[in-house]
Design a protein around this ligand. Structure first.
Ligand code: ADP
Ligand code: ZN
Length: 516
């Protein structure tokens, strides 16, 4: 069968019952069908599965789908079978007869899709090499990266698939991958040349709000007002604070319940159910709450404590406003939380990445420019306009022309060959006379001392603004080195201007916020 538009639209209709594609699906499917390796980044609910399920049906043979969760495999296979598609899964938890039966179906060429856990794959390599494969799909592909949040060692073995099956297109899919993890996925799967499809992560109906974390309970009570009757979630770091806060809210007359891993499974199921059917509108929870809950009318999400990284934050605010109607998200930012989160990372194997991600979260919370821009930049998506629907857009600091500062910073980044992080760039621009600078001979580059009339902290602040604005990108997995984006090149070479919040105003703004 050819991959013409009409034939894939036909398959969409006959096998899945849909009339049209969701954003990016068609382009991804066409790439896969034309044999290209593909990286598909799409938010949850974006319709990733169809991107390999449909090509699997359009071509002769079987699609190999690598999936990390047994529950997920089972759901998918059940749904496919309900649509009359022959699919099966294989994993270590199945009885042996069942495994044998599935392998028989596989070798007889009876399966359109074959789902397998990454751990089971090594044992099946021989069998798989004897069948007609039409594509390989790696679902939840961020599990391959130690920089992602769900690292699965068995995923790293998938790198050899490309060598073993060089002619078979690989499609890697994920909903959560910052720019650095996206690059790492392609590299590790040996599909660096893969065509990347980045669906928008922008949830325009979510208001993004960040406030200083003083007198949080008072602020929450004020925020709730009539909102307290609508569904909302408050995320806290500790079990104790969920209990305490839920208690306070109840005293104030709200229907609220605490939810955390210390409760019995029955209690948790009951609380979840009461939330879903609107009996208990407010849940005060640790991060464990909300996974797999499909509730469309959550009208607000509060982060009582700062999340440890932007992925987590994005997922949690994403539980609000699924119905597309407006919803408010509010993050309380306090330095005490940063210190505590830092402590959690101490001594862990990925301490360095976690700290770098935490720092990006902090940059977001301290952003002086459109929050949505800062948020989406993190995922490698660049908004050209400010959103008008975040706290900064609605209450902006005073901006001044920051073009010259930006040019000097970008020039310094270029002259150290994009090998240095924020601290070194500040030192170089301020003409610091320390060993780190001299050891690398940076006193000889042209931008050394080019900004010697701005304090260390102010210059650092400007650079953070440039990161949030998407002028610079942080490669946090490579010692946080700064890299120029296309926007930086426009500022350096194409006369693009840029506005930055003036540091004096920044200080005034911060003081005003903390005394509120
Ligand atoms: P993801 O894995 O990206 O979270 P899914 O593949 O589970 O998303 O799809 C989310 C939902 O969207 C599913 O219910 C799926 O059936 C539905 N869906 C997928 N593609 C389409 C489409 N083209 N039109 C309508 N619904 C779709
Ligand atoms: Zn904005």
């Amino acid at each position: 069968m050819t991959s013409t538009t009409s034939s894939i639209t036909q398959l969409l209709k006959t096998h899945f019952g849909y009339d049209s594609f969701k954003p990016n699906q068609e382009a991804i499917i066409n790439d896969v069908l034309s044999g290209k390796d593909t990286l598909a980044i799409m938010p949850t609910g974006g319709g990733k599965s169809l991107c390999y399920q449909l090509p699997a049906l359009a071509k002769e043979g079987t699609a190999l789908v690598i999936s990390p969760l047994i529950a997920l495999m089972k759901d998918q296979v059940d749904a496919l079978r309900a649509n009359g598609i022959t699919a099966a899964y294989y994993n270590s938890s199945q009885p042996e007869e069942e495994q044998q039966h599935v392998l028989q179906q596989l070798t007889k060429g009876e399966l359109s899709l074959f789902y397998v856990a990454p751990e089971s794959l090594p044992n099946l390599r021989h069998t798989i090499s004897t069948i007609t494969l039409n594509l390989i799909a790696v679902d939840e592909a961020h599990c391959i990266s130690a920089w992602g949040h769900d690292f699965r060692p068995a995923y790293t073995k998938l790198g050899s698939l490309k060598q073993e099956f060089p002619q078979i297109p690989i499609i890697a899919l994920t909903a959560t991958a910052d720019k650095a993890t996206q690059d790492d996925i392609s590299k590790q799967l040996n599909i660096s040349h893969a065509k990347k499809h980045l669906a928008s992560f922008d949830r325009q109906n979510l208001f993004l709000d960040v406030r200083p974390g003083q007198s949080r309970i008072k602020q929450i009570l004020k925020f709730l007002g009539p909102r307290g009757a609508q569904s909302g979630i408050i995320y806290c770091l500790s079990r104790k604070s969920t209990e305490k806060l839920a208690q306070k809210l109840k005293q104030a007359g709200y229907k609220a319940k605490a939810y955390h891993a210390g409760l019995s499974p029955e209690d948790r199921a009951n609380i979840q159910e009461d939330f879903v059917n609107d009996t208990t509108p407010i849940i005060v929870a640790t991060i464990a709450f909300g996974m797999g809950i499909d509730k469309s009318n959550v009208r607000w999400v509060i982060h009582y404590n700062m999340p440890k990284n932007i992925e987590g934050y994005y997922q949690e605010i994403g539980r609000a406003g699924r119905d597309g109607l407006k919803a408010h998200t509010l993050l309380f930012y306090s330095y005490a939380d940063v210190i505590q989160l830092r402590r959690f990372t101490e001594g862990t194997a990925t301490e360095e990445f976690q700290l770098a991600k935490l720092e990006r979260m902090q940059h977001y919370a301290e952003a002086l420019s459109c929050r949505r821009k800062a948020l989406l930049n993190y995922f490698g998506e660049h908004l050209t306009k400010d959103c008008g629907y975040c706290d900064v857009c609605q209450n902006p600091p005073k901006y001044v022309d920051g073009t010259v500062i930006a040019q000097k910073v970008c020039s310094a980044v270029a002259r150290v060959k994009e090998q240095e992080g924020v601290t070194m760039i500040v030192d170089v621009l301020r003409g610091a006379k320390n060993a780190q600078v001299f050891d690398k001979g940076y006193q000889h580059i042209k931008t050394y001392g080019a900004i010697n009339n701005v304090s260390w902290n102010d210059l650092q602040q400007y650079i953070i603004q440039l990161i949030n604005l998407g002028v610079l990108e942080v490669y946090f997995h490579e010692n946080g080195r700064l890299v120029l984006t296309p926007l930086a090149k426009a500022i350096l070479f194409e006369g693009q201007n840029i506005q930055l919040a003036h540091t004096e105003d920044v200080k005034a703004l911060k003081d005003a916020k903390t005394t509120k």
